[in-house]
Design a protein around this ligand. Structure first.
Ligand code: NDP
Length: 448
């Protein structure tokens, strides 16, 4: 009965956002669960709230000129999508990757609105970045680029307006250069960016938070059905920030992580990637900025599979932590055939809509990124609080709050996602729980 209504809505959104496939995919995922919910709730029905939510409050696109080490003038495109500020300042990361375009950033900003609401912290949704490729660039080139990027962005952000953070290609080094330039231009020291270094306002546990939160969420899901992550074999994709700390926490809790990857392929280590091996990966990726195949030179019992993803490896739990649309329907089928009973998204939208349909048709446990990777932005929210208080909390306190936030998100998903047969549709639960708070705030604030 709902299908024609959903289709009509999607057609209208598509008409206005043609050639934005990733954004349309993110909207479709939300519309499928929210339109039936709205239709059954007089409070939200007939107010076009979802139509208002898919339209960014503001989109900024700007030129980022910079000079490379050869003295040539380079030009990239910068973006900031200020999606929704109903419940707090825009908040969301910056991505530096050659694939960055309007569609990808709008999908990320849209997802961020729901995710930030789920954390229960007062943060609106935004996202930004550039098609700049940090790979192979010198430190000085990265600094010049970040300074030029902030040379425009500083006008549009602020601790009470819009608070960016890191994402793919933007880690502590880039945040440092961006923060330095903001401070110089504004002549003020404020918590305008999160993911800062500990020496100048960063929060303990922020680097770990997305990966740790993801594993805490997996543990919540497993405990809810009387199981635990201990002893489980886990495949992880990516080898960046989220992957590294997912691997660390899963291993600490007794799981065996057997894969990591990057855009050149994946490594498989049957014996598990323990703390020592992970320390090697962290140095390789974060300091030497090398490629993942170097793992097998150091640990020859492991294997490297060029240009492949890790989803054909037998596992109990798969945690995609690299990028959007990295698990397609054939991958989902192989995962399930090999006995995988749980997919937890560390990345944003790593599963295609078709892959999710396969997980759900087979009733395996599935957590969408907007719920399971919300620990990162939640801890960014805690970093903002510490900056406002001019205090630093100890890591145990931040970790405790992170755990509690992940538990709350899990409970919210159960509340809105439990189906008649007892299966928990975490996607539906996260969409509805995230929507309710934002929608209530929008209704209270009038048509603005
Ligand atoms: P990083 O830049 O630290 O790492 C990204 C990893 O993914 C790298 O190993 C990279 O390989 C790989 N990767 C990126 N793009 C592709 C691609 N097109 N194909 C194959 N591999 C790819 O990023 P993060 O770990 O911070 O982010 C990973 C994911 O998690 C993203 O979806 C991000 O939006 C999401 N996320 C991140 C949060 C955070 O706190 N950092 C918070 C919530 C979500 P290579 O080096 O070869 O490019």
């Amino acid at each position: 009965m709902m299908k024609p209504i959903i289709k009509k809505f999607m057609d209208e959104v598509n008409e206005r956002n043609q050639h934005e496939p990733e954004f349309m995919q993110a909207v479709q995922e939300v519309a499928d669960s929210l339109i039936p919910f709205i239709a059954n709730n007089e409070k939200y029905y007939g107010k076009n709230i979802l139509l208002r939510m898919v339209e960014p409050e503001r989109v900024l696109i700007f030129r980022v000129p910079w000079i490379n080490d050869e003295g040539e003038i380079m030009v990239n495109r910068g973006y900031r999508i200020e999606m929704n500020s109903a419940i707090g300042p825009y908040k969301g990361g910056l991505r530096f990757h050659p694939s960055v375009n309007l569609s990808i950033l709008k999908f990320l900003a849209f997802e961020q609105v729901f995710k930030n609401s789920l954390t229960t912290l007062p943060m609106g949704g935004g996202k930004g970045g550039s098609d700049f490729d940090p790979k192979g660039k010198s430190d000085v080139e990265i600094m010049r680029f970040c300074q030029s990027f902030m040379g425009e962005l500083f006008r549009h952000i602020g601790p009470n307006t819009d608070v960016p953070a890191g994402d793919i290609g933007v880690g502590e080094r880039e945040i440092g250069y961006l923060f330095g330039m903001y401070k110089k231009l504004r002549n003020e020291f404020t918590g305008v960016l999160t993911g800062k270094g500990m020496a100048y306002g960063g929060s303990l546990i922020r680097p770990e938070a997305t990966g740790y939160g993801c594993v805490y969420f997996a543990q919540n899901m497993l405990e809810y059905r009387g199981d635990s992550i201990k002893g489980k074999t886990v495949t992880v994709s990516g080898s960046g920030n989220v992957s590294q700390y997912t691997c660390e926490k899963a291993t600490q809790l007794g799981a065996k992580v057997v894969t990591l990857s990057d855009s050149s392929g994946y490594i498989y280590d049957e014996e598990g990637i323990d703390a020592d091996k992970l320390a090697f990966v962290m140095e390789l990726k974060n300091i030497k900025r090398g490629r993942i195949d170097e793992y097998v030179k150091k640990y020859p019992k492991a294997s490297f599979f060029k240009d492949e993803n890790p989803w054909k490896v037998k596992c109990d739990i798969a945690i995609p932590c690299a990028t959007q649309n990295e698990v397609h329907s054939p991958d989902a089928k192989i995962l399930i055939k090999n006995g995988c009973f749980m997919v937890i998204e560390g990345a944003n939208m790593p599963s295609t809509i078709e892959a999710i349909e396969i997980y759900q048709a087979n009733k395996i446990l599935f957590a969408p990124g907007k719920a399971s990777n919300a620990g990162g932005v939640a801890t960014s929210g805690l970093e903002m609080s510490q900056n406002s208080l001019r205090m630093n909390w100890i890591s145990e306190k931040v970790d405790r709050r992170l755990k509690a936030i992940m538990e709350n998100i899990h409970e919210a998903c159960i509340k809105y996602g439990t189906q008649e047969d007892g299966y928990i549709d975490y996607m539906k639960g996260a969409n509805i729980a995230g929507f309710v708070k934002v929608a209530d705030a929008m209704l209270a604030q009038g048509v603005v």
